[in-house]
Design a protein around this ligand. Structure first.
Ligand SMILES: [Zn+2]
Length: 190
């Protein structure tokens, strides 16, 4: 098993790393990841793209790349230009060596729900919605899942998504690509 790298916004710098030594995981369905797909596809290793089904772009995409946290902030005010389109996700589903996994529907901050009952309900509703959206858009059921914000809620989230058929779960155990680039990790997913 190769060590697993965690990548959010893609950049030229990342392409210069010895990427084939790692399993590559890409969080959040950012358009910058798609923008480098021609290079990434040639790296002889598994690539997993974790998509939040609510955060997909249906119009024009951005011409400059911003960090994931900023992309989420923009999307929450209605601008999804920093995310992939459903058509691009569909191509990733079909591409050799590439896998598309779930990353929640609405990329919820579950710790913001103070009561356990509300957290559990939100987690279940979000998981059901994500699976319904994967079916609606792609007729596809993912089996890999990455916890939004790498938040596992002490095992509770894993128990929920396993019940919904997810078998390969990813979180904080991954190596942030920033540690190889010697730049600070984005605050959003710490
Ligand atoms: Zn995320």
């Amino acid at each position: 098993m190769k060590p697993v790298l965690m990548i959010h916004a893609m950049s030229e710098d990342i392409l210069r790393l010895p990427l084939a030594e790692y399993t590559l995981t890409f969080d959040d369905g950012l358009y910058s990841q798609w923008a480098f797909i021609e290079h990434l596809i040639r790296v002889p290793t598994d690539k997993v793209f974790f998509v939040s089904t609510k955060f997909l772009c249906t119009g024009e995409q951005a011409s400059t790349f911003i960090p994931s946290s900023a992309a989420h902030d923009k999307a929450r005010s209605g601008n999804y230009e920093d995310f992939m389109t459903p058509a691009q996700v569909q191509q990733l589903i079909n591409a050799p060596g590439c896998y598309v996994g779930g990353h929640g529907h609405a990329h919820l901050k579950l710790r913001e729900f103070p009561r356990l009952i509300d957290r559990s309900q939100a987690m279940i509703q979000d998981t059901v919605m994500m699976l319904a959206e994967f079916q609606r858009m792609f007729s596809y059921t993912p089996t890999k899942f990455c916890f939004p914000y790498n938040e596992t809620l002490d095992g509770l989230y894993a128990a929920v998504v396993r019940r919904y058929g997810f078998t390969d779960l990813y979180g904080r155990e991954r190596i942030p690509v920033e540690t190889l680039l010697h730049t600070p990790s984005p605050l959003s997913d710490l």
